[in-house]
Design a protein around this ligand. Structure first.
Ligand SMILES: O=C(CO)[C@H](O)[C@H](O)COP(=O)(O)O
Length: 232
């Protein structure tokens, strides 16, 4: 039996999400390999069907991809309420609480998730877990990285400043901040942990998304098809 192909599953999920977009919608565009498949398909629909939409990108990378695929862009100032957002995730639990931020786009991703009436989370099966236990990325004001790290340690984390790849020193986010990655082990109360992290002075945002389960639909791509998982 051949090994599962995450890229094939991601493509199925992304393409299915793009199929849910209707003419005239303003759509939040997440960051990451799965949502980029959705953007690829949206680009095809714009070219083939004349689909008319505008996208709100969550990172420079998402904006660059959108331009490549011919998706017109707008912002939250023009559209503080979005019809839909499409985004990926690093982990999803049965109550649709998420860990996001592998790509360091979590701050704008949370703004877009919050602004959207409906959110499609596109994932491959490796992302579905019973208990969230991946590292939680925390976006931090550089000035306060030291004090924030101490406070995160007091919450039980092992904070590690994220380093650049092909760039010396820390990753600088699209918003000019640092990312501190925090392993907590199995997270028994993700909502409480999210509240505790974001209440630390100097923390801009964290990658726990625990308050959006009601408006999230998960599109779980598999090699041979997909499953739509609804809240509740
Ligand atoms: O949160 C994210 C970026 O900050 C991504 O959505 C998440 O990491 C999933 O990425 P991929 O679809 O490439 O697995």
């Amino acid at each position: 039996m051949s090994a599962p192909d995450p890229a094939a599953a991601k493509r199925v999920a992304g393409y299915r999400a793009a199929g849910a977009v209707c003419d005239g919608m303003v759509v939040g565009l997440g960051t990451g390999s799965t949502v980029f498949f959705a953007m690829e398909r949206l680009g095809e629909r714009i070219a083939e069907e004349g689909l008319s939409i505008a996208g709100v990108p969550t990172s420079y990378q998402a904006a660059m991809r959108a331009r490549r695929y011919g998706i017109p862009l707008t912002g939250l100032d023009e559209h503080p309420e979005l019809d839909l957002a499409i985004d990926g995730a690093d982990q999803v639990d049965p109550r649709f609480r998420l860990i996001k931020g592998r790509g360091a786009a979590l701050l704008r991703e949370k703004c877009v998730c919050d602004a959207a009436r409906e959110v499609l989370i596109v994932v491959d099966p490796s992302k579905m877990v019973e208990t969230l236990d991946a590292g939680v990325p925390v976006e931090v004001l550089p000035f306060a990285a030291g004090t924030v790290s101490r406070r995160l340690e007091a919450l039980g984390a092992d904070p590690v400043l994220r380093e650049g790849v092909r760039k010396d020193g820390p990753v600088i986010t699209d918003n000019g901040n640092f990312i501190i990655d925090c392993g907590f082990g199995a997270i028994t109360d993700p909502s409480r942990l999210e509240r505790e992290i974001i209440s630390i002075p100097g923390v801009i945002e964290c990658g726990l998304f625990t308050g959006y389960g009601e408006k999230i639909t998960v599109i779980l791509g598999e090699e041979g098809g997909f499953r739509i998982l609804s809240p509740g």
